[in-house]
Write a protein that binds this ligand. Structure first.
Ligand code: ZN
Length: 215
């Protein structure tokens, strides 16, 4: 069984890389962001709570994140292991996680803040079908329109410069200490996340001596 944590600032591609790694090694990809987005989309009670926080420009609290992750891991559907992204969010959670799960490694996707700005502010979302676009990496064929359903492309409501500055500040103040903790106890591999996604995935596999990426 293999258990990994993948860490990186928003826009570093940790969702994509976690997904590729999980698909290739038969692991379960646990993305805290995806779990919350699912709840928002399906109008659950938790989703309503998250929506209120986001609308108020606040972040989802660490304890709420910890509850969601604990519930998810308790499903025990990860026979071959898991890749988790979006957790742990502070040192206390990291210590608890290290005591509870025997991690095989921590993948740290390193992306300079100026590149985060460029990537995140280029993201667009179809207001009708929800398809993701990116004005740098995945441009729509017709400006401002969805290729699939011709819906209007909009920014995510939390992708404003103010909100991004706040999230970046929050990330560094909380996650940098978590990384320090992991560096002292676990196998942390820092991967340059500026390359294209196949190159980044190959680098992850090489650094952890995993089967090569065929994509
Ligand atoms: Zn669409």
């Amino acid at each position: 069984m293999r258990k990994y944590v993948i860490m990186g600032v928003q826009g570093s591609g940790k969702g994509t890389q976690g997904g590729l790694l999980a698909a290739g090694l038969d692991l379960v990809h646990i993305s805290v962001g995806d779990i919350f987005r699912w709840h928002v989309k399906n109008h659950t009670k938790l989703g309503a709570q998250v929506r209120r926080l986001v609308a108020a420009g606040e972040l989802v609290g660490d304890d709420l994140v910890a509850d969601v992750v604990r519930d998810r891991l308790q499903l025990h559907d990860w026979n071959y292991g898991f890749v988790i992204d979006g957790f742990p969010r502070n040192r206390r959670q990291a210590e608890f996680f290290l005591e509870s799960y025997d991690l095989d490694g921590v993948i740290h996707l390193d992306l300079p803040d100026e590149e985060v700005w460029r990537r995140v502010l280029a993201r667009r979302l179809c207001s009708r079908c929800g398809m993701d676009y990116n004005l740098i990496a995945h441009r729509p064929e017709v400006e401002g329109r969805c290729d699939v359903c011709d819906g209007d492309l909009v920014s995510r409501e939390d992708d404003t410069p103010d909100a991004l500055a706040r999230r970046l500040g929050d990330y560094h103040s909380k996650i940098d200490p978590v990384l320090e903790l992991f560096r002292g106890k676990e196998y942390v591999m820092t991967i340059d996340a500026r390359a294209d996604k196949a190159t980044v995935q190959r680098a992850i596999r090489t650094r952890f001596n995993l089967p090569p990426y065929e994509g």
